[in-house]
Design a protein around this ligand. Structure first.
Ligand code: ATP
Ligand code: MG
Length: 516
């Protein structure tokens, strides 16, 4: 049977290229043998469900335990109706049990019980009836919120002391957050006035992203199966672009081997991985569910906006910070401090934030394309100045991310320019309030360095020129733009202060400085 790179849900060994899921977790044997209750938490799409399914399968197959992975997800629509959530959840648990376990280990009919007691009663009946100790992995615990979350956790804590005869022998909660955070209802906002309702856990375990060696091992499976070479440079680039984030690693490879180079005699090199990255960003293809909505959530904006703009954040509550880390959007780097988790996320976030701006961009006639269909940078500059003078100010209001509103408008404009025949690359220089953009159209490459001049700061011109010089040198391109967004208060209106001039850099390159 052919195998492929999986980008939809948990992996299945019979059809997906995959790394050993159990090797990605610490050994759970001791915790389970000791009848412990514990937590496994990791950001979205790290491989939690894949790993727990494998652990449960192995435990059951070994003959000592009845181990099952069930989910709380179908309770999500009922945050304020624990009774309704319980019925939905128990129904799905039965299906999971029938699917995963041999018939002698199936649960008995769920007993009737009061709302708020149904989960506990079902677990009690199952544990009592099971011929083997019941090991219970409860996945997607984060999908519950408010009263329902609290009710489920309290039932688990209540039953804990009656294990193993009348409650599961061992139990794990699987989700994004460590248990201490379950006192916080969904979204990290509404706080429930209680200490952690799951203070019975023995340990919290987590899962890491893939290492560079993991990525090489996963990609090698494709080479072995099909003969298609994936070069060492391609593997290294995939790792650099994703930080080893498991879903992104699979998604890049899938784009590369199925869409961009479906002929296995064509090796996958770094250029193909780069093109795969561009496709993912273009499609804003992510597993970060409804990213655009999430970016508007106040805790997420509070953390992301300063990272994107290089400004100093206002006081961000620790819980909010933890919440955004737990989602996997940002991570703490030992050297750089808090950063966007990986370059692909940064680009997707930037592109996603400009969605509304892009949608409301006025019609602009493509005067920058010459008779041969090539992009003419001088005409593009004039078109941008005209656009900015006329539409810049109102478009700044199309995003809640005020600190980077000018960047988003510029990016929306460039996306319009690239539309059809080109692409826009976005690179966020970590922690330095600096954004490197690159417009590619036909054979023309236009690097653009973006700086902001804020109140109380010094003129970023000389820094910007030096950075643009370095950027151009790195790309081997002779000319580019430095765009300085002047955000100081009480300035003359945009229409009057928007100017462009050509200057020679210390490196001897002729560049355009746009003040806007
Ligand atoms: N062992 C593995 N080998 C290779 N890829 C994996 C492995 N485990 C997970 N992945 C990749 O991660 C993706 C998500 O896997 P899974 O659904 O198990 O993660 P999850 O952490 O449970 O996600 P969620 O937080 O959305 O529930 C898979 O579609 C696949 O791309
Ligand atoms: Mg999962």
């Amino acid at each position: 049977m052919p195998h492929w790179f999986n980008t939809t849900g948990p992996c299945r060994p019979e059809v997906h290229y995959m790394l050993s899921p159990t090797a990605r977790l610490p050994d759970l044997t001791r915790l389970i043998d000791q009848q412990q209750y514990f937590v496994v938490h990791a950001p979205r799409q790290t491989g939690k469900t894949t790993a727990m399914l494998a652990v449960a399968h192995a435990l059951t197959a070994a003959g000592r335990y009845a181990a099952v992975v069930v989910s709380a997800e179908v309770g999500a629509p009922f945050p304020d109706e624990p009774g309704a959530a319980e019925l939905a959840i128990l129904d799905s648990w039965r299906d999971d049990a029938l699917y995963q376990l041999p018939s002698d280990l199936h649960p008995p009919p769920w007993p009737t019980a009061q709302p708020g007691r149904r989960i506990g009663a079902a677990l009690r009946a199952w544990a009592a009836a099971s011929p083997r100790p019941l090991v219970f992995f409860l996945d997607e615990i984060d999908s519950l919120a408010d009263d329902t979350l609290l009710s489920v956790l309290r039932q688990l804590r209540d039953g804990y002391r009656r294990r193993p005869t009348y409650f599961p022998w061992s139990l794990a909660l699987i989700g994004l957050r460590d248990v201490r955070d379950y006192k916080i209802a969904s979204g990290g906002r509404a706080r429930l006035t209680t200490s952690s309702p799951f203070n019975i856990k023995a340990e919290s375990l987590t899962m890491d992203n893939f290492s560079a060696a993991d990525v090489a091992a996963l990609y090698a499976q494709h080479t072995i199966a099909t003969g298609q070479v994936i070069t060492a440079d391609a593997v290294a680039l995939a790792y650099a672009l994703t930080g080893g984030q498991p879903w992104l690693i699979n998604a890049l490879a899938r784009q590369a081997v199925e869409v961009l180079a479906p002929d296995p005699t064509q090796p996958i090199d770094a250029a193909i991985i780069d093109a795969a990255k561009a496709r993912l960003i273009q499609r804003q293809d992510t597993h970060l569910d409804s990213l655009a909505d999430r970016l508007e959530e106040p805790p997420i904006r509070a953390v992301l906006e300063p990272l994107l703009s290089g400004t100093v954040p206002a006081n961000v509550p620790v819980d909010d910070l933890q919440f955004v880390q737990d989602l996997g959007l940002v991570r703490l780097d030992p050297q750089a401090g808090l950063v966007i988790a990986n370059p692909i996320y940064a680009a997707i976030i930037l592109r996603s934030l400009a969605t509304t701006t892009r949608a409301f961009l006025p019609a602009i006639s493509p005067v920058w394309i010459d008779a041969q269909g090539r992009l003419n940078p001088e005409r593009l500059r004039e078109a941008f100045l005209t656009f900015w003078r006329q539409h810049g100010q109102p478009l700044l209001g199309t995003t809640a991310y005020h600190e980077i509103a000018p960047h988003l408008v510029l990016m929306a404009f460039l996306d319009r320019v690239a539309n059809g025949g080109g692409r826009v690359e976005r690179e966020l220089a970590v922690g330095r309030g600096r954004l490197d953009l690159r417009l590619e159209y036909g054979g023309v490459v236009l690097p653009i360095e973006v700086k902001v001049w804020r109140d109380g700061a010094s003129n970023p011109l000389s820094d910007g020129i030096a950075q643009l010089d370095g950027y151009l040198q790195g790309l081997g391109v002779v000319t580019g733009w430095l765009v300085i967004f002047d955000q100081r208060r009480s300035l003359v209106p945009i229409a009057e202060r928007t100017t462009a001039e050509t200057i020679i850099t210390p490196g001897g390159r002729q560049v355009t400085v746009i003040r806007a």
